[in-house]
Design a protein around this ligand. Structure first.
Ligand code: SF4
Ligand code: SF4
Length: 415
């Protein structure tokens, strides 16, 4: 074990908090009708070739804001040891909060950060971004550093990125490298990165709505069946090459409120969705934005689950029927090229999801501002070219212009 291998797991076991967790069997989590009791991480999984042993349900910090150090402390107390951040999250606030919260505890956790690059981004700028993240995180290194939100093989294979990674590793600032993504050309990017052996870890949007196998189990036909058949293939390929796989966007839109009337059978919708992801042996772990102590308590109720119970499957089926037709699968790629003005439709709809489903307009606006091309062209477009471009039934022509207005005009209401 090298100097960095100091899993928070051991510390957690020493605290005795696991004693409470061990008394709860998988599938016996509290429902949304009773306040969730804190349990704790029940399973640590090996993250591919990195050999990091990480909490199966880990902390995504994309919505972490100033004065929320207490959330990190609560997560640590419950055994979470993997914290995923990025320079762009909450304009750097999340890294600052994480750095503050982990003062004196750095050796107990694994840290991830990311930077968005373009095909022409130079290595010097990447090093600058990394060093700024290290400064905010109050650390000398991150365990995993990712090329964030990739959507082009020119970005994944940019020689400047590759030389930056070599240099940063040699300097001890990065231990492992990876890519994250959820856009139209994600599959192409992942195949490229895996075939050229460029990554140790990948972070992908993966949930029950993106796997056609989920729909095979539904008894009633659905005409908007998800079309992301290649994602399971690529995840399996990563596993075969011992590349770590982390899933994100696991809630398929996070419309928790819609599901509470159906959460009668001992588990919540979130726990059902997490169980579905964790039941795939090709996925090592998942990250989820944790915005309250109650979130953390509820989410960890699914830790250790490796099967989807009948009750959980019923909840997912119900959710799919209720919400599926409104949910863009993001990386399904089938609308790519439909817009003659180059609007990145799935990225625009992803930022819309942050506002309408996550109810986090500030985060949605900051992510929207990062898009290379926005949806301003939609304001003066008939919508004809993209009207029938989504075989999943998403009304692209009716959603992109309101999304642009909502995410660029401060007083615009949620559309
Ligand atoms: S709008 Fe439709 S086709 Fe485009 S990414 Fe979303 S689900 Fe796929
Ligand atoms: S409304 Fe027009 S500009 Fe907007 S995505 Fe559709 S085709 Fe492109």
């Amino acid at each position: 074990m090298d100097q960095h291998n100091n899993p928070g797991r051991r510390k957690f076991l020493k605290t005795g908090a696991i004693a409470g967790a061990a008394s709860l069997l998988p599938g016996t989590q509290t429902s949304a009708e009773t306040p969730p009791e804190p349990t704790g991480v029940r399973s640590y999984r090996r993250l591919g070739r990195t050999n990091l042993e990480i909490s199966d349900i880990s902390f995504g910090t994309s919505r972490l804001r100033t004065r929320e150090e207490h959330l990190i402390h609560h997560a640590l107390d419950l055994g979470i040891n993997y914290f995923d951040s990025a320079e762009s999250y909450t304009s750097g606030q999340s890294e600052t909060v994480l750095g503050n919260a982990l003062k004196g505890k750095r050796q107990d956790v694994y840290l991830v950060s990311k930077t968005i690059t373009r095909a022409r981004t130079r290595a010097e700028r990447m090093m600058h971004d990394l060093e700024e993240s290290l400064r905010r995180l109050r650390t000398e290194y991150v365990d995993v550093y990712m090329n964030h939100a990739v959507n082009s093989t020119d970005v994944v294979g940019n020689p400047e990125w590759l030389s930056f990674v070599d240099k940063a590793k040699a300097q001890g600032k990065i231990r492992f490298t990876g890519v994250s993504g959820h856009a139209g050309r994600l599959i192409e990017c992942l195949d490229y990165a895996l075939d050229k052996d460029l990554i140790d870890v990948m972070l992908v949007a993966y949930n029950f709505g993106q796997d056609p196998k989920f729909y095979e189990g539904l008894t009633r036909g659905i005409d908007w069946v998800s079309t992301q058949p290649d994602l399971p293939r690529v995840i399996k390929k990563a596993k075969a090459r011992d590349v770590g796989v982390i899933a994100m966007k696991t809630l398929m839109g996070a419309r928790l409120n819609d599901m509470r009337p159906y959460e009668k059978s001992g588990g919540t919708f979130s726990q059902a969705a997490f169980s579905w992801v964790l039941a795939n042996p090709d996925v090592d772990a998942l990250i989820i934005s944790m915005t309250s102590r109650a979130d953390i308590n509820e989410y960890l109720g699914a830790s250790g689950n490796q099967q989807v119970s009948q009750a959980a499957r019923s909840l997912l089926d119900r959710y799919a029927h209720l919400n599926g037709a409104n949910y863009c699968k993001h990386a399904c790629n089938l609308c790519t090229g439909a817009c003659p003005y180059g609007v990145p439709i799935s990225d625009v709809l992803r930022t819309r999801m942050y506002a309408t489903d996550y109810q986090d307009v500030a985060f949605a606006r900051s992510e929207y501002a990062l898009l290379e091309v926005d949806a301003s062209a939609c304001l003066n477009c008939s919508g004809e070219p993209c009207r029938d471009a989504c075989p999943n039934g998403i009304n692209i022509d009716q959603l992109c212009a309101p999304t642009h207005r909502m995410l660029t005009h401060k007083n615009q209401r949620l559309a």
